[in-house]
Design a protein around this ligand. Sequence first.
Ligand SMILES: C[S@@+](CC[C@H](N)C(=O)[O-])C[C@H]1O[C@@H](n2cnc3c(N)ncnc32)[C@H](O)[C@@H]1O
Length: 442
Amino acid sequence: MNSRRLTNALNDAQAGLPITPAPALANAVRWIPAAERPIHRWFRYREGFSPALFDHLKTKGTRLDPFCGCGTTLVESARSGVRAYGIDVNPLATFITTTKTTPVNKRESVEFKRLTHQSLKSYRRFGPAQAPAFPLINKIFLPESLETLLRLRAFIDTVTSPRVRALLHLAWVSILEDCSNAFKEGNGLKYRNKRRRPGRYETVPDSTWIPKYFGISVRRFVENRWKEQCDAIASDLSDHPLPNSATTKVVTGSSLDARNLRFDEPASLAVFSPPYANRFDYFEAFKVELWMGGFVNAASELGVLRKTSMRSHLAAARGASDSTWSRLSPFLSAMDSSASSVRMGIKAALAGYFDDTRTLLRGLHAALAPRATVAVVVGNSAYARSIIPTDTLVARIGQEEGYDVERVLVARHLHVSSQQRAHLGSLDEYMRESVVVLKSRA
Ligand SMILES: C[S@@+](CC[C@H](N)C(=O)[O-])C[C@H]1O[C@@H](n2cnc3c(N)ncnc32)[C@H](O)[C@@H]1O
């Protein structure tokens, strides 16, 4: 398909939809502005949206976030005394959300502070705790970093108060990336000793990168990160406590399973950001925390989680539907069949992604209060010389599943990758991150 036909298909798909520029939302759809906010900063989760989103969604009724991630919706709701429910398939995400949103009493807060001081004085007399069966453990951690982390872990395991232990465990899980030999980038991990050179990677010798990154003592580096993280949590607990009336409930499971969408009180606002159709595999990106934190204990468990997640990446594929939805077809037909993404099965993954979106919106329609609002934060993507206008397609599925489209708020524009620019550069205006606002019809 040439670019004119793709442009026509993009225009046809969005014809009549209330697509509205909303630059004031540009920072609200990204996590970065949350990085320094109390409580949100307890775990770095770049895939989240910002608490600022709730400056634009000031509703009093019960909220549901069926892809709650690390809890932006639930923390902000708890802070303003609004009841909120969350669901996520990733047990790491639900542990983080639960730990952030369970109110802490004064005694627990003091105990947390006392134990973080105590841990630094005495952790070397403990453990090390048993290392998990994580296959990459010795590649991801230097021996000294691993030993220090496992001794701290042994100390945490002796703490009797479940609430304080959970806070310490969260602090520990959240420093793993910094204390490791790799960092999250793109759809996975990149090793700190690899330097990108034109067309290849160069390995930097240990004698150069280790002191440069960790300083003169790896153990001290880990201790300092632990202290910083615990201090940040302690200061948020004392300066920004959540009200004791905070009512949140978090479920670990798939929101595509309608049984997980039922709560005591039907929500009047569902607000969420599903995984984008960008092949990002959350279980790959968070595998260090999942294994080390004890959230998975075998490769087969990780495999099950991948397959239960929304079909936004190739490892989640679980059988394509028999026929492709007619509104998606033009964008799949426009793809260059020789592109590697097509050979790897991106068309089936995208068909699955929109099938899952339909399953979710159908389930929500049945589970939410009458005339509920659904706000979906999504980003469009580009593959194999075609554009997938996810915002438009989510709005169209909404219409087919019993919702009116109130607005498609375009928060910001994205760019196609440098490889795609030659073919799609003129279509940049369709690459955007938007908030699709639906209202369920009675
Ligand atoms: C973009 S993130 C959400 C981030 C969240 N808004 C926040 O601010 O922390 C998408 C989340 O969807 C979750 N997810 C993927 N498939 C799911 C499914 N079938 N059911 C529930 N959650 C799922 C992922 O684990 C991930 O945490």
